[in-house]
Write a protein that binds this ligand. Structure first.
Ligand SMILES: [Zn+2]
Length: 110
């Protein structure tokens, strides 16, 4: 099915488009450590979409025996580190000092 689609050249087919974006983001993160916002600028998608792709990329990368590294978000005000946060999105405010000056998590693939 997929091979046929490719021959018909449907560049907007959602599945293919996602795979292309994910490959692109994976390549970026193999080279650099980036925030979701930076990825969103490079890939020209929204930050929310980046988070969804990252969840998927993380699984793929780990399946291939490589490491998806998340540098956790931290509070710019008191230095609190959001270590236990499972989600890949940026937290809204610091649970320790309630500051909203949060440094976003950063991502890298090894
Ligand atoms: Zn804080």
């Amino acid at each position: 099915m997929r091979a046929m689609r490719k021959r018909l050249r449907e560049p907007e087919a959602p599945v293919e488009r996602y795979e292309t974006i994910r490959r692109f983001i994976t390549a970026l993160l193999e080279e650099q450590t980036l925030t979701a916002r930076e990825i969103s600028v490079y890939a020209r998608i929204t930050e929310r979409d980046v988070s969804g792709h990252l969840e998927h990329i993380k699984k793929t990368v780990q399946k291939n025996g490589r490491r998806f590294i998340v540098e956790p978000a931290c509070c710019e005000h008191c230095g609190f580190i959001f270590r236990k946060r499972g989600r890949l999105t940026k937290p809204g405010k610091c649970p320790s000092c309630h500051s909203t000056l949060i440094r976003a998590p950063m991502f890298h693939i090894q």
